[in-house]
Unconditional design. Structure first.
Length: 376
């Protein structure tokens, strides 16, 4: 069996080598003839899987993407050919939630905000939105959820409509890119909605670039009336509108989901799906492959005010400001968006670090953020 894997899938050889020949290819530059004899095709978001790529793959039995989003898969075409496919739901939910939390602490430090006085509007309350809401809850930060499809499906959490979200101090977007149907998300934040935000509100986009109309946003920026902006994703990646970057508070190259655990979990989920399809036993697990983290223990600085002490823990594992600085320095040079993503120093998740808390009142918050805790 030939298992073709995009070369950015972590641990692909380790997970799949028992089942056949693992052949690696490069995303974005892959050609149909490179993968024509594939039995299985496994990608990440940088390979668009459509008729022109796989039209001649006659043996194809399964297509998987080791990512949460799957708007790069031509699912109608796959369904039409009856080729089973799957994404990796939830693989990097913690990673994206941690990205947003790091952004919030960075903005709080910059603008002297008390996060507990802010209200966050979360648009899309799926895996990422939920992980984020749990961390906010642990921090005592008020939040609202907007997710009409989930509300209709009987999810019993309290949901609000967009007008309530638009009144929040911070708005964080976590929806898939959806083109059609009752709740499309392409340009969900169009010129009108963007213009209704004031300059003290913070808009975070770590879902898909196309959810925010980037040209309308640039027009607003040029007019000097944009909200505060944190942007991980951009329209038309990798050829993004670099003119937007100077107007952002924090900008990054679509790396919110790029923790080691998040990427490796994506491969593991595909392995589990394919095992089911091929009727093979699941013998490998993520923990077999993950290296020890560089930072595995952290001390809580109890003398600091609690928001600052928590921020220091967050920054010790992930300081978004470093990614922002690297991005800002490189992004105007052609080709650098892809370069940054390919050579990203993949970070670890909060859970890799145990925090010594003693009997601090912050223990619950630290656990809720996702760290482990020891009290001695
Ligand atoms: N920047 C990055 O590195 C990453 C980006 N993502 C993006 O974030 C998206 C969300 O990820 P997950 O939470 O894992 O997906 P998910 O599928 O668990 O949750 C998405 C939620 O959005 C809701 N939704 C759909 N249309 C909506 C609308 N018009 N208004 C409000 N809510 C709506 C859905 O009902 C669902 O509950 C992914 O589809 C992907 O595009 C995900 C992971 C990493
Ligand atoms: O999971 C998703 O959805 C994402 O956006 C991924 O984090 C993107 O990662 P790559 O496909 O670029 O490795």
């Amino acid at each position: 069996m030939k298992i073709y894997c995009e070369d950015s899938l972590l641990y692909a050889t380790e997970f799949f080598c028992d089942w056949g020949e693992v052949c690696l290819f490069s995303g974005r530059s892959v050609k149909p003839e490179d993968i024509q004899d594939a039995d299985v095709l496994l990608v990440r978001s940088t390979t668009t899987v459509n008729q022109s790529l796989i039209g001649k793959c006659e043996k194809l039995q399964f297509v998987g993407t080791g990512t949460a989003g799957f708007n790069h898969l031509g699912t109608d075409y796959l369904d039409h050919r009856r080729i089973p496919w799957s994404a990796a739901p939830g693989c990097n939910a913690q990673a994206v939630a941690e990205y947003v939390i790091s952004a919030l602490f960075a903005q709080a430090q910059k603008f002297n905000w008390q996060l507990s006085e802010k209200r966050v509007g979360i648009v899309g309350a799926g895996q990422v939105g939920t992980a984020l809401s749990q961390k906010l809850e642990a921090l005592g930060v008020d939040y609202l959820l907007c997710d009409p499809p989930l509300a209709e499906s009987g999810d019993r959490r309290a949901f609000v409509d967009m007008p309530d979200i638009m009144a929040c101090d911070i708005i964080s977007l976590h929806v898939p890119l959806i083109e059609t149907g009752p709740y499309p998300t392409r340009h969900l934040f169009d010129g009108t909605l963007l213009a209704s935000l004031d300059q003290q509100q913070l808009l975070i986009n770590a879902c898909r670039g196309e959810v925010v109309d980037n040209q309308a946003l640039l027009d607003l920026c040029r007019a000097g009336s944009q909200p505060l902006l944190v942007m991980d994703v951009w329209e038309n990646e990798p050829d993004i509108c670099a003119e937007l970057v100077p107007y952002t508070q924090l900008g990054t190259a679509h790396i919110a989901g790029h923790t080691l655990e998040g990427k490796a979990r994506g491969t593991e989920i595909l392995y589990q799906h394919l095992a089911g399809l091929l009727n093979k036993p699941v013998v490998h697990k993520l923990a077999d492959f993950l290296p020890k983290p560089d930072v595995s223990e952290l001390a809580l600085q109890r003398s600091l005010p609690s928001q600052q002490a928590l921020g220091e823990l967050v920054f010790a594992i992930y300081d978004i400001r470093r990614d922002d600085a690297d991005f800002r320095a490189r992004v105007t040079t052609p080709g650098q968006f892809e370069y940054i993503r390919k050579h990203y120093a993949i970070r670890r998740e909060f859970a890799c670090a145990a925090v010594s808390t003693g009997n601090s009142a912050m223990t619950e918050a630290i656990l809720g953020l996702g760290f482990s805790v020891y009290t001695s």
